[in-house]
Design a protein around this ligand. Structure first.
Ligand SMILES: C[S@@+](CC[C@H](N)C(=O)[O-])C[C@H]1O[C@@H](n2cnc3c(N)ncnc32)[C@H](O)[C@@H]1O
Length: 294
């Protein structure tokens, strides 16, 4: 492999930031080679400069998308980290259902859903809650910057290997059926979910408001400033008493003062700070946040 020059690194780091908000640090410069090698081979580029010129001069936008596909990390699995899903099932949904007297719609957003495992994990819990509360509807929106991830999620078809990562046998039997050598999500879950492409660095236009937001394992790729802005914007679209669930290794303390940590039986909640200490959002947009135990 050829050495990446400081100039090449800077050019690509700036471009990747513009495309998806990811902050590439110099220690991770090797990612440019490991992630872009297949694309370079496919396009017949001998180095990163050639690839860059091809991508920026491509009028169709398809090479830009190929760069996003190559550089984003889509690691995900069923019921990842366990705790957030326990808290959704045992605390958040019961609280919301009680607050609505067992009637109405609850909207959940998985803000960087990758190939859909997070969305369908939420949907299984939602389905089970709806069976106990006939007056409650729960809908889940999954968004991601990756077209390929959204296509996989929408189709809802998973290999044995993917299924083997965290999906309990009982839920496999109940919510999936065999489709050739893979598994397909049953319609009873699919009717609860919708997917669309969305770059979290851009406005949340047309999303509406949500009761619960899962924003896990994506903000870790952003700068502290962009992370702060992202969580502030999420607070703005949360419907009181909105909940936010972040990744197991993430934290909001010192980043976003609109959320305050509170401990419950199985995890830590981030709850909105009281109105006087909030600088951005008026009391009407108060929200409650939650994070898995670290
Ligand atoms: C590591 S996965 C996390 C998936 C899931 N939330 C989980 O925790 O298992 C990160 C996802 O964030 C997406 N992503 C990266 N930058 C994004 C952006 N600017 N807007 C929306 N999604 C983004 C990637 O495409 C990828 O699917």
């Amino acid at each position: 492999m050829t050495q990446i020059t400081t100039e090449q690194f800077q050019t690509w780091a700036n471009y990747i930031y513009l495309l998806c908000g990811m902050r590439l640090v110099p220690e991770k410069a090797y990612l440019l080679q490991t992630r872009f090698s297949p694309l370079m081979r496919q396009l017949g580029c001998s180095d990163l400069d050639q690839l860059y010129h091809k991508v920026v001069s491509d009028q169709t936008g398809s090479l830009r998308m190929a760069v996003i596909e190559a550089i984003t990390t889509k690691e995900t699995y069923w019921f990842r980290d366990g705790t957030p899903f326990d808290i959704l099932q045992r605390s958040i949904l019961p609280e919301l259902i009680k607050a609505r007297s067992g009637k109405g719609t609850i909207r959940i957003w998985s803000a960087a859903c990758s190939t859909g495992q997070e969305v369908y994990s939420i949907a299984m819990i939602a389905k089970e809650a709806m069976l106990c509360h006939a007056g409650i509807d729960i809908t889940i929106l999954g968004t991601d910057i990756s077209d390929q991830a959204i296509a996989t999620a929408s189709y809802g078809r998973y290999t044995d290997f993917e299924i083997g990562r965290g999906l309990p046998q009982e839920r496999l039997d109940r919510y999936f059926y065999r489709d050739g050598t893979a598994w397909r999500v049953r319609d009873e879950l699919r009717v609860l979910v919708h997917f669309r492409r969305l770059n979290l660095m851009q406005p949340f236009a047309g999303l509406g408001r949500f009761d619960v937001v899962f924003c896990r394992n994506v903000a870790i790729y952003f700068s502290q400033e962009d992370r702060k802005r992202l969580f502030e914007r999420i607070a703005e679209i949360l419907q009181p008493p909105g909940y936010l669930i972040i990744g197991a290794s993430e934290y909001l303390t010192g980043i976003c003062n609109q959320f305050q940590a509170h401990r419950c039986q199985t995890g830590v909640y981030y709850r909105l700070a009281t109105a006087p200490s909030r600088q951005q959002t008026p009391p009407a947009q108060a929200a409650v946040g939650l994070a898995a135990i670290r």
